[in-house]
Design a binder for this molecule. Structure first.
Ligand SMILES: [Zn+2]
Length: 188
C-alpha cells in the first residue's frame, strides 16, 4: 500500500496544514489564484464529502471545508500532471516537492486571499440582496400599473356606454328633424 504510506507521511509532515481548514469560499478563491498562476485548466469542485479529494484532467474535487493541505495536494497533482514523465508515480518525491512549493505560495498569501475571498462573497451577497429588492420593487410597480390599467379600462367602458347612448339619442333627433322638415315642406 504505497499510497497509504505516502498519505500517512504527508499527514505527519504537513500536520499544521492538515489542521488548517478553509471555508469553501476561501478554497475557491485560493484555487482561482493558483490556477491562474500555474495555468491549470481543471475546474474546482467542492463536494459535500467530509474528507479527501482527487484530481483528474478536467476537475479537482476537494471535500467540504478542505484543509489547506488537501487543496495543495490536489493542486500539486494538477501541476505535476503537466510535466509528468511516463512511468513516474502519482505520489512521488516530485509531487511532494511541488506540494511544498504550492503550500509556500498559499501560506505567503493566505491572510490577504482569505480577506479578499470574504470581501467578495460579502459583496456578492449584497448585490444579490440588491437585485432581489429591485425585482420586488418591479413586481410592486407592475401590480400598481395593473390596477391603474384596470381602472382605466373600466372608465373607458363607462365612456363607451355614454357614447353609444349619445349616438342613439342623436339618431333619434335626426329622424325627428327630418320629419319636421318634411312636414314643413308640405305645409308651404
Ligand atoms: Zn494524491
Amino acid at each position: 500500500m504505497p499510497h497509504l504510506k505516502y498519505y500517512d507521511k504527508e499527514r505527519e509532515t504537513f500536520k499544521a496544514q492538515y489542521e488548517n481548514k478553509l471555508s469553501n469560499t476561501e478554497a475557491t478563491h485560493i484555487y482561482k489564484r493558483l490556477a491562474s498562476r500555474y495555468k491549470l485548466r481543471q475546474r474546482l469542485c467542492v463536494t459535500t464529502r467530509s474528507w479527501g479529494g482527487n484530481c483528474s484532467r478536467y476537475r479537482i474535487k476537494v471535500c467540504n471545508k478542505p484543509p489547506v493541505a488537501i487543496l495543495a495536494h490536489e493542486i500539486a497533482h494538477a501541476i505535476h500532471w503537466k510535466t509528468r514523465q511516463s512511468g513516474e508515480r502519482w505520489h512521488c518525491k516530485r509531487h511532494e516537492t511541488i506540494m511544498r512549493r504550492v503550500l509556500r505560495v498559499i501560506e505567503t498569501n493566505l491572510i490577504d486571499w482569505k480577506e479578499m475571498a470574504n470581501k467578495q462573497s460579502e459583496q456578492r451577497a449584497k448585490s444579490f440582496e440588491h437585485r432581489l429588492q429591485r425585482r420586488e420593487a418591479n413586481i410592486e410597480y407592475s401590480k400598481s400599473l395593473e390596477g391603474k390599467l384596470e381602472r382605466t379600462l373600466a372608465g373607458m367602458k363607462r365612456w363607451k356606454t355614454k357614447q353609444r347612448r349619445a349616438e342613439t339619442a342623436l339618431k333619434k333627433l335626426n329622424r325627428r328633424k327630418k320629419l319636421y322638415e318634411r312636414l314643413l315642406a308640405k305645409s308651404q
